[in-house]
Write a protein that binds this ligand. Sequence first.
Ligand code: GLU
Length: 634
Amino acid sequence: MKPTALLPRHTAAAVLLATLLCGPAAWADSSVDTPGVPPGPTLPPQAQGKPPSWAGKAAHKGVVAVSHPAAAEAGARALERGGNAIDAAAAIQFVLNVVEPQFSGIGGGGFMMVHLAKSGRTFAIDGRETAPAAATPTMFLFTGVSPNQLFVPTSSSGLSVGVPGTLAAVDLALKSWGTTTLAQALQPAIALAENGFRINRFLAANIASDGGRTSFQPETQAIFQPGGVKLVEGDLLVQKDLAKTFRLIAQQGAEVFYRGEIAPAIVSAQQRSRSPVLSEGVGRMTLADLRGYEAKIREPITGEYRGWQVASMSPPSSGGLTLVQMLKMLERFPIGQFGFGSPLTLHAMIESMRLAFADRAVWMGDEDFSYVPKKGLLDPTYVAARGGLIDLGARMATPAAGDPRPFDVAMNHAPIQLAAIPSEEEKGVHTTHFSVVDKWGNVVSYTTTIENTGGTGLTVPGYGFLLNNELTDFNFAPTFNAATGNPGANDVAPFKRPRSSMSPTIVLRDGKPFAAYGSPGGSTIINSVLNTTLNLIDHGMTIQQAIDAPRLSVTSAAGSVSCEGTGSFMQPRISVATQDALRALGHTSLGALGSDGCTANIGSVQGVIIDLHTGKQYGGADQRREGTVIALPR
Ligand code: GLU
């Protein structure tokens, strides 16, 4: 499609648009060196007749891309010992629990996307936390506290702890497709917890700020602040209790966590409260809730983008549906010709994000409990109509959610009041993502979390792991339909899983995996994955370039833009000139003309690539954390 076919209806903006289309891409400051990154428009790779480019060390015995070097090492060794990608993922997850305890672990949950080379099938293991049986839609309505004041007290309270799913998910993955035992997968983590490791600057910063809360609970302080002195970068962190817990699991299996001696310790730890009304902040999880926890194997959400198949996480995550919606809305624009980081590309991205997040706020949640019109949300006619609202010449007024039900095969005729659902606030910037490919071509893309930095900040006494605050991903206030009483898709309910944004993604071509990646970052996760996808497919970047490039994110229909700009260490930067072009299109949330409104730091993407022609494997990791790639053989 020629860019001129896209000229806007609004003539006032037409002159600006013509300048934007014909002028040079206004992405990088001219003074900034941007080695290796395409400075201007590039054709979509499929238009060039070749897949996206790659660079970096080529491997054929497997690649791991992880946000911490010690965990990457554990994964690489698992592969070197003859294990597959699932074995490596298990070892990585347990070591991350030791070296990045503030981001993920057995006290939390996550989603593991797995592509199996032999069958060519792609599955997702849902290890999301669940609400306890005693959860209610109004459980977060504390006396005298308005819902929008709730996040801070609630996120540090036992009330927000969901029944953890990570251990069950890893156990299920190993039993289904692994070649090693849970006990073997735990060994590197046991050694690191027992002997200690050197704290990196990211954990040190989180310890210094108590994970952004007033203070950690005493048991947590005892780990990170022994003798009242906070550990700093370079200090040795020894976690004897965690080593003991892992040994117990190695000896007795995941049972000991869900039904054995660890279970009552979890239940009593979440009975602490940090809420203003203490009795209301107490966790409701029981031994029966732990006994009843189940990780689930789900079909991913899939969609085609410019000939590539994108598989990402299905409900209870909103990631896959939102990502594929955005891609389908963007597909009609020649993003590659618009150019990486050009105002037109960024504007189209912003508008697709606003539309998709409007739908997300209303229609997405745990489909085991709420009607999620998956087919309708991705129906080509529905998405085309939604995407048709994007005007390249001007920012649209705040869009309402659409109504995909007429396009949904499994249509539920119950009336639902769209306007009653509040829009999603951006929250949380934590979690971790890693990707693995093995020598057989099995792929794992795993996003894993305890939600906030340090979760609730509650450590299970004597067992040394932090408990999540994942239930804060539910709507804090119930969103009833006044007419029918239908609850919102993401209202709390017993046994329900809170809506997630985690989007572990695998991109395939003709059924063969080409790329796997994902990110932390709360609701910005979906946008980090979108940025990376466009960088690979439209802008022809290598995986490392796609990760390094500055990101842009909008997580609500209202459309407040956050972006990595001149204040970011990532290169190239979103220049003030580019921001001014966006302001001229109506994106005033970026601040005054001439100012730098791009000050965010968004996501941490770890990815692997498999050359579809040669089978060679490559990795990319994020400098926004201590991202590490190990390509085998070394
Ligand atoms: N709890 C978030 C989610 O599931 C992830 C946490 C984060 O990345 O901040 O979407």
